[in-house]
Design a protein around this ligand. Structure first.
Ligand code: SF4
Ligand code: SF4
Length: 455
C-alpha cells in the first residue's frame, strides 16, 4: 500500500486506544428510564408526537419536525411516556426530552443481527430515491460529528452535484474505539452501507480512509472489498495517524489533495464524507427499515472500573452507563461526553446519550496533566506552536485574545467562525492557555448575538 496520506498541521496526542481496542462490542445497560432528547442533530428541533402516559413501542416515531434540515427520533424501547421535560444536554446545556419508563419485561438490549448482510449484498435492487426516503424515515444523522441529517447530505442537489464519497474510518480522537470495533465486527454491514450511499448519490468514486494505526481493519477491509459484490472499484487508503485526521476538511485534503473553500462545505467541491457508524446505520435503515435507536459507545479512561464498547439505547444516561461499568474509581476527576480533545465535560450524570455520543471518557488527574487540571495558565510567550498545530491555518492566540477582550468583530476577522474546535492549539500551548475554550465562547456569543441560540 502507498505511503499514508496526510494534511498540514495537527498533533500526535497519546492514543490510549489500547484500553478498549480489544474489547468486543457487548450489550449495554437496560435502564429504568430513557431520556430521548428532541434535539440530537444539526437543524430544527423535533416536536413530540406522543404525550405523557402514552404507551410507546420499539422503533415507534416519537418526535419529528417539518423542517427540511431535521431528522425524526424514535423510541428505543417498549414503555410508557413518563414526562416531556427539560433535561441536561451534552452540548447545548438543556433541552426538552421524552422521558420513557422502560417496560423491562418486554425490552432487551441485544446486539444487531448480522446474518442478513453478506458480501453478496446487492444494493441495485433498491431505488435511489427510496434509499433516501428510508434513511429519512429512520432518522439517520452523521454519527461521527455534529449529527447533520444524512438524508439532506445524500439527496441530489443540482447546485452541488457530488462525484466522490470518502468513508471516514479514522477515529483519530484518543481513547475512542467504537468505530474501530464496528470496522472489525460489522465489516459487511458498513460495506453494504457504502454501496447504498453510492447508489443513492450516483457518485463515481469511493475512498475508504483508515488511519495506519489500525492495520487489522485495513487488512480486513482489503479482503472483504475483494470478496464483496459491486465494490471492486472502491479505493482503500491508509491515512497517517494524526489528530484531527478525521476532520472532514483534513480528510479531504489528505485523500484528494483538495481544499474545501473557507467557510464552505465538502459538497461545494463534489465530496460527501460519511463516517463508518453512519454507513452501518444506513444499512439498518434500508435493509431492515430499522430506525436509529441504538449506537456503540466506548467507555474508557483511568477513572472507571470497567472499560469497553457497549451497544446502548439512545437516551441512556451517562450515570446509568457508568454504573453498568462498575462505577467511578477514586481517581476519577473529569467526565467527558466524547473524547479528551473534542468532548464536552459534564457535571450532571443524568445527561443522556444522543445519536452522536460515541464515548464517555473518565479521566484522572494524571491523564489530564497537573498544570491543565489545576488550570495554571501563564502569559503567552509567543512561541507560535498553536499556529503551527492549527490544521486550518488560523491564528488561535489572536482570536482568543480578541474574545477575551470583548472584541468579537476582530475575532471574526481572524476567522473565528472557521475554527473546527479540534483543540490542537490548547493541547500544544506551553502556557496552558485554554485557546479552544475562548474560541468556543466567542462562537456562542456570536450565535447569541444573531439570536440563533438562547441567552
Ligand atoms: S484554532 Fe480551532 S481549528 Fe485551529 S487548532 Fe485551535 S481549535 Fe483547532
Ligand atoms: S502556543 Fe500558547 S504560548 Fe505559544 S503562541 Fe500560542 S498561545 Fe502563546
Amino acid at each position: 500500500m502507498a505511503k499514508a496520506l496526510t494534511f498540514p498541521g495537527g498533533i500526535h496526542p497519546a492514543e490510549h486506544k489500547e484500553l478498549t481496542e480489544n474489547c468486543a462490542i457487548e450489550p449495554g445497560p437496560l435502564p429504568r428510564q430513557l431520556y430521548v432528547l428532541l434535539s440530537q442533530h444539526l437543524g430544527a428541533i423535533c416536536k413530540p408526537l406522543v404525550a405523557k402516559r402514552d404507551k410507546v413501542s420499539i422503533g415507534q416515531k416519537i418526535g419529528q419536525s417539518e423542517a427540511f434540515v431535521s431528522a425524526p427520533i424514535h423510541s428505543p424501547v417498549n414503555g410508557t411516556v413518563k414526562d416531556i421535560a427539560l433535561v441536561s444536554h451534552p452540548v447545548i446545556g438543556r433541552e426538552m426530552a421524552i422521558i420513557i419508563e422502560v417496560d423491562p419485561q418486554d425490552t432487551q438490549i441485544q446486539l444487531p443481527d448480522m446474518s442478513k448482510i453478506s458480501p453478496d449484498f446487492d444494493e441495485t435492487k433498491y431505488d435511489p430515491d427510496h434509499i433516501c426516503t428510508l434513511i429519512n424515515n429512520a432518522g439517520v444523522v452523521g454519527m461521527g460529528g455534529a449529527g447533520f441529517p444524512t438524508r439532506v447530505k445524500i439527496s441530489p442537489n443540482p447546485q452541488m452535484p457530488l462525484d466522490t464519497i470518502i468513508i471516514n474510518a479514522c477515529e483519530c480522537e484518543p481513547y475512542i474505539t467504537c468505530d474501530y470495533r464496528m470496522m472489525l465486527e460489522w465489516t459487511d454491514k458498513i460495506i453494504a452501507g457504502v454501496k447504498l450511499i453510492k447508489r443513492a448519490t450516483k457518485c463515481e468514486k469511493v475512498f475508504i480512509a483508515i488511519e495506519d494505526n489500525k492495520p487489522k481493519a485495513l487488512e480486513l477491509f482489503a479482503k472483504r472489498l475483494k470478496e464483496s459484490k459491486n465494490c471492486q472499484d472502491f479505493q482503500l487508503c491508509a491515512v497517517k495517524t494524526k489528530y484531527p485526521q478525521g476532520g472532514e476538511k483534513q480528510l479531504i485534503c489528505s485523500v484528494l489533495k483538495k481544499d474545501v473553500p473557507d467557510g464552505g462545505i465538502p459538497p461545494m467541491i463534489g465530496v460527501l464524507v460519511c463516517n463508518v457508524a453512519t454507513a452501518a446505520a444506513i444499512t439498518d435503515a434500508v435493509v431492515q427499515e430499522k430506525p436509529l435507536t441504538h449506537r456503540v459507545v466506548t467507555v474508557s479512561g483511568g477513572g472507571i472500573n470497567k472499560v469497553g464498547n457497549f451497544y446502548c439505547a439512545i437516551g441512556t444516561t451517562a450515570g446509568d452507563l457508568i454504573d453498568f461499568c462498575g462505577g467511578l474509581n477514586d481517581k476519577a476527576v473529569k467526565i467527558l461526553m466524547g473524547g479528551p480533545m473534542m468532548g464536552f465535560a459534564i457535571a450532571d450524570l443524568s445527561t443522556p446519550l444522543t445519536k452522536t455520543s460515541g464515548a464517555i471518557t473518565i479521566l484522572t488527574k494524571k491523564e489530564i496533566g497537573n498544570a491543565k487540571y489545576e488550570n495554571r495558565q501563564t502569559p503567552c510567550i509567543r512561541c507560535g506552536r498553536c499556529i503551527e498545530a492549527c490544521p486550518i491555518n488560523i491564528n488561535p492566540t489572536k482570536i482568543a485574545h480578541a474574545v477575551k477582550n470583548d472584541m468579537l468583530e476582530n475575532a471574526k476577522q481572524y476567522n473565528m467562525m472557521s475554527c473546527i474546535e479540534c483543540g490542537c492549539c490548547s493541547y500544544v500551548c506551553p502556557a496552558n492557555i485554554e485557546l479552544t475554550g475562548y474560541i468556543k465562547t466567542g462562537k456562542i456569543l456570536e450565535a447569541r448575538r444573531k439570536k440563533l441560540m438562547p441567552e
